[in-house]
Design a protein around this ligand. Structure first.
Ligand code: DAH
Length: 343
């Protein structure tokens, strides 16, 4: 080889390279790569021989070598792109694709009915100027009972109802009323608070769950009357159940209010005509309420001679059951998607 004129040999290699057929597939492309660019390929061989080229011919030989290398590398590159493109096109062709088929809709989650009802109630009271407060779910007897004017022998303290934590002097709160005390101690008077949260009672059947949700509401101010309580609840019930919803108060007893009342709403299921759910009375009990007991104000550091207030507490599950016509409270907590998807 070295005997031949190197420039001539480069010229003939250039001619060969310029008329190379375009590789049709990976196999032909690989063969081409090996033949010219591989370790023992033609381009590699001639570049090794460059050192034997006489000095006078070096510039020309170098230029030719560069042209050859560029030509082969260019061809390889174009072939790579083309072969890859053809492969993708073939794949697309073989794939079944119908642009007229509807797409797969992504699955959307939605709020749990209990959360939805709770948010709605909190929204209504926030709109009336109530501030949202929360209290701890593990409470002391002091806040859950004593400061709320429960006499020491009151049946609500019974082990049957209250979950007691072992090893610590704590219970799981049985209602959201302790937030009344905590908020008054924190902010003093005047005050308007709505306090949503979980509560616990050792009780389980179709209308009772050991964990359920309540919302406590209360207002502390000067010259608060039962008329304020009634007006507030009437406004709430109209927003929640509709303009035709009416309320009525029945006298009742809760240690932390005096006077106390149970509040009914006109049956939303039968339009107060009388049905199975309202036991033909036309009324449904939805909450407890009353005027905050002076002992409760004192226990929370608020002067009962200067301030008064009203309070109410309602059970979310009960309201949700009545709103959606659900007859078993346990459905809310079983997380059966067939049930939850209906909301
Ligand atoms: N805490 C009571 C319960 O869980 C509900 C209640 C009744 C709250 C009357 C009040 C109220 O604020 O005035 O049964």
């Amino acid at each position: 080889m070295a005997a031949e004129n190197p420039v001539e040999r480069l010229l003939s290699l250039k001619g060969e390279v310029s008329s190379l057929p375009f590789p049709a597939d990976e196999k032909e492309l690989d063969a081409l790569r090996v033949k010219y660019l591989g370790k023992k390929g033609a381009v590699s061989v001639v570049s090794q021989e460059m050192r034997h080229v006489p000095a006078a011919q070096k510039p020309e030989a170098g230029r030719l070598l560069q042209e050859i290398r560029t030509a082969v590398e260019g061809l390889v590159e174009r072939a790579e792109t083309e072969i890859k493109r053809n492969r993708v096109l073939r794949e697309i062709e073989n794939e079944f694709f119908d642009a007229t088929l509807p797409g797969t809709a992504p699955e959307f989650g939605s709020a749990h009915p209990i959360s939805a009802v709770m948010d709605e109630i909190v929204d209504i009271f926030s709109g009336m100027g109530f501030q949202v407060e929360e209290g701890p779910e593990t409470e002391s007897d002091l806040y859950n009972f004593e400061k709320l004017n429960f006499p020491p022998e009151h049946p609500a303290r019974d082990m049957q109802d209250t979950f007691r934590l072992t090893g610590v002097d704590k219970i799981l709160r049985t209602h959201t009323s302790p937030v009344q005390i905590r908020a008054m101690e924190k902010y003093g008077a005047p005050l308007a608070v709505i306090a949503p949260g979980k509560v616990y009672r050792c009780d389980a059947d179709v209308t009772h769950s050991p964990m359920f949700h309540q919302i406590e509401g209360f207002v502390i101010d000067k010259d608060i009357t039962m008329g304020d309580l009634k007006g507030t609840l009437q406004a709430f019930v109209r927003r929640f159940y509709g303009q035709d919803a009416k309320i009525r108060f029945r006298p009742s007893f809760f240690p932390f209010v005096e006077p106390g009342a149970e509040v009914d709403v006109s049956c939303v299921l039968c339009g107060a005509k009388g049905c199975r759910v309202c036991k033909n009375s036309g009324w449904l009990e939805i909450l407890g309420a009353g005027m905050v007991h002076p002992n409760v104000l004192s226990a929370a550091g608020v002067d009962p001679n200067a301030w008064g207030g009203f309070a109410f507490g309602l059970g979310i599950e009960r309201l949700a059951m009545l709103k959606y016509g659900v007859d078993d409270i346990r459905l809310f907590f079983e997380n059966d998607m067939r049930f939850l998807r209906q909301f």
